[in-house]
Ligand binder design. Sequence first.
Ligand SMILES: [Zn+2]
Ligand SMILES: [Zn+2]
Length: 102
Amino acid sequence: MAETRYCALPECGKPFEPKSYNAKYCSSECQKTATNRRLLEKYHEKKAARAGKKRVCKSFDCNTILSRYNSDVHCETCQARLARAKRENIFDILNHIEFRED
Ligand SMILES: [Zn+2]
Ligand SMILES: [Zn+2]
């Protein structure tokens, strides 16, 4: 019976039948993604080590350490919050304009 493994790429995780005993990924695509990520991670690790500090979310009330994969200055939570605030702000402005017409 063929062995079933699960792709080692977290966002994939698909079950697959390994073609070789040390196959970790379901496809060459996932393999490539994982390899690139590892290289990128190493690169950022080196860069962070050189800078001597971790990047922290720029929001004044947030101390979340930013993910290596996050190139933004805000953490994902704050990014979502800011996007929401922006949307609400636009609605506020629209409401304001309506109110000013009377
Ligand atoms: Zn995969
Ligand atoms: Zn944050």
